[in-house]
Design a protein around this ligand. Structure first.
Ligand SMILES: O=c1ccn([C@@H]2O[C@H](COP(=O)(O)O)[C@@H](O)[C@H]2O)c(=O)[nH]1
Length: 235
């Protein structure tokens, strides 16, 4: 149990600018930030991302994963986006994460630095999917291993599932900002997500932020769906 407030990020996963704008407006009263990722960015470009985010805190979820020089240069190219959060893959290793850290510190003014988040093990992966990649450890073990690596290399926080919050806090304490997708309100379809919890369970587990996409965006009333999740978080 924890007293920390868990904040809500809505994932605006669409290729359609008007749709993204509509979801942003419909959920603004109940959410703390908007997430724009690969689907929207590849379809519409960074100018449209900035336009859709408007004055809302932007979680720019591009999950950078390349050689250190390329990741650092890419982060430099994102400085004008003024994101509140930025993602890289922890599996890129120490040198890549350290290069990302240095690039963030270099490219952004001190008072506008995004939270540099390292994605540990995607919430769509279970033990079997991990084994297919050559990892014999459990998702939990691999998340803690990659989380410790990422934090040692300079990340500010981690993307993980709710199931790994307790072991991450045991190993790394309060320092990492923990951002948690794989959230499904009771009765919602899991879809491709494997390591899931409800918003209330994620709050009790100690998530700093939860990320919710389809349970809001495919709802008949996205505003009501977001408000219900916010109410669940308020507990
Ligand atoms: O491990 C991860 C990392 C990122 N995501 C992103 O979060 C949202 C979740 O969307 P839902 O529709 O609620 O499943 C999506 O944009 C993913 O790219 C993740 O799910 N897991």
């Amino acid at each position: 149990m924890t007293a920390r407030r868990t904040r809500l990020i809505v994932a605006l996963d669409t290729k359609d600018t008007a749709q993204a704008r509509a979801w942003r407006a419909q959920t603004a009263a109940s959410t703390d930030a908007v997430k724009l990722g690969l689907e929207f960015t590849y379809a519409r470009g960074l100018d449209a991302v900035r336009d859709v985010a408007g004055d809302r805190p932007l979680f720019l979820d591009l999950k950078l994963h390349d050689i250190p020089n390329t990741v650092a240069s890419a982060i430099g190219s994102l400085a004008a986006m003024r994101p509140a959060m930025l993602t890289i893959h922890a599996a890129g290793g120490h040198a890549m994460i350290a290069a990302a850290r240095a690039a963030v510190d270099d490219a952004f003014p001190v008072d506008a630095r995004p939270i540099l988040l390292a994605v540990t093990v995607l919430t769509s992966m279970d033990a079997e999917a991990l084994r297919e990649t050559g990892v014999s450890d459990t998702p939990r073990g691999q998340v803690v291993r990659l989380g410790a690596l990422a934090m040692a290399a300079g990340a500010d926080g981690l993307v993980c599932s709710s199931h790994e919050i307790a072991p991450l806090r045991d190993r790394l304490g309060d320092r990492p900002v923990l951002v948690v997708p794989g959230i499904r309100p009771a009765g919602a379809a899991a879809g491709d997500q494997k390591r899931i919890m409800t918003p209330a369970e994620a709050r009790r587990a100690g998530a700093d932020w939860i990320v919710v996409g389809r349970p809001i965006t495919t709802a008949a009333d996205p505003a009501a769906a977001a408000a219900a999740i916010a109410a669940e978080l308020a507990g």
